[in-house]
Write a protein of this length. Sequence first.
Length: 574
Amino acid sequence: MTVQKNIGFLILVMVFGFTANTATAQKSKRGALNDERRRIASEKNFIEGQKYFVLEDYTKALGYFMHALETNPDNPTIHYKIGEIYLKNEEYQKAEEFAAKALELNKENKYYFLLVGQIYNKQSRYAEAAKIYEEMIAAIPSSKEYLFDLASIYLYDNQLDNAINTYERAEKLFGKLPEITYAKQKVYLKQNKLGKAIEEGKELVDSYPGEGSYVINLAQILISNNRYDEAIEYLEAVDEDNASYSNSRLLLSDIYRKNGDNKKSKSNLKIVFENPELNIDTKIQLLAGFMSQLPDKEVEEFTHELARKLEKSHPDDANAYIIYGDFLLKTGKKEEAINKYSKALELDNSNFNVWLNILQIEWELNKMDALLAHSEEALEIFPNQAIIYFYNGTSKVVKKNYEQATEVLEYGKKLAKKDDNLTGAFNGQLGMAYSALKEYEKSDAAFDAALEQDPNNFVILNNYSFYLAVRKEKLELAKKMSTRLVKENPDDAMFLDTHAWVLYMMKEYKDARKYLEKALKSGKPNGSIIEHYGDVLFRLGEKDRAIEQWEKAKKLDGNSEFIDKKIADRKLYE
């Protein structure tokens, strides 16, 4: 019995013992399984979050990262990504909270340091940012390149001595680099330590004796502080084969100019313009500066020489010919200017202002065949530019292609509707074209519209008066307008002639004679004025003198189609 009891007890213990061990094992397995599930869920959420982060959908990305954090709260990467999002959203307090936690969990990842530092920088907490960078550089050997960022932070915080010390630490690691030298020079100059800045520049030049750009940098500091002799010494030493040779000569030219040595200044500048390697924009700016000093004769001659050198050193650059043309135009050499502008267009016909200059010059010089041809070409490239239609239509008026002229001018006027001055010019030309087509109602309407926009336009007042006189219509209006013309322009031969012709048509021959004689004395008269004078003399009974004037007019431009008949028949024809 006792044995049986003992055996029963042993079996019971064995059963309970087995049962207990089995439960513990099952519980352990369930825990491991749950941990694995949480890990997998966290990874899935993190991957989804990263996907939306890349797509810049930060709201969804944040949601997934937060879910990932719930099942893996001690993962520094998740904290880091959440901090990044809050930083992008400019929620700096939350960004700092998560970034700091990431750094607390792992102080061996430089990106965690950098995120905290960036958050501080965004809030102008430069001292704290500098501290974080110092910790990172001390803890992580591979982050030494961030010494440059640390120096910048010190500069933002106006800790100039710390910035210099940081640059010097970088210099010990990376050697004498121009970037470090230039940075240190800026700090020294900010501290008014000119000697230190110059010393840095000299050390860099000595370290790289063949590098002309370092000489240029040093010379610029010397020049800005009026230490010209030292600058000259360095610049004159730059070899002709050095890439910085032209820049050194440019600086030398400026120094010699300031010192009053114009001869050396100009000789150095000529070297600059002869070098095709130097940027043409720099040369153009220099030329423009000289052109602003015109009409000084000495400056004009030197500028012309530089323009020729520019053309020679940059023969395939349209801008060389454009600035040359601008110079010639400014000095009154209009024909030569057209040649340079035309060469520019051969290289690049897309410059609207060049076309405009050519058309303007041809219009001023009365080169109507060229104006017609060039305006046709320009319209193919710039079909929506009203001013080109004006020049094209004007040339057609002069060439007596009146129907084509009215079509072009009417179309151009529509394009110019927002420009009152140009619209007035179109109306002035349309007034002449419609008059030639004997569409007098349209002609008068165009002239009236032009004067409504610009009542002081003497050219339109003159043309309108003259065409009314020729038609012998509205003569009182014509007289009113022409009277104003000669009152405000008493020495203008053309206006005097127009007024005289209005008076002639009104049979006021004596007054007409007075104004024509004044026109003849006011300058070199054309054939039209002299012929009109002959007509008036004929009306006043001075037949022989009239024929004498007609014979003079025949030898000049501007006479009428009746001139030969008048002389041959000794009779007046109108």
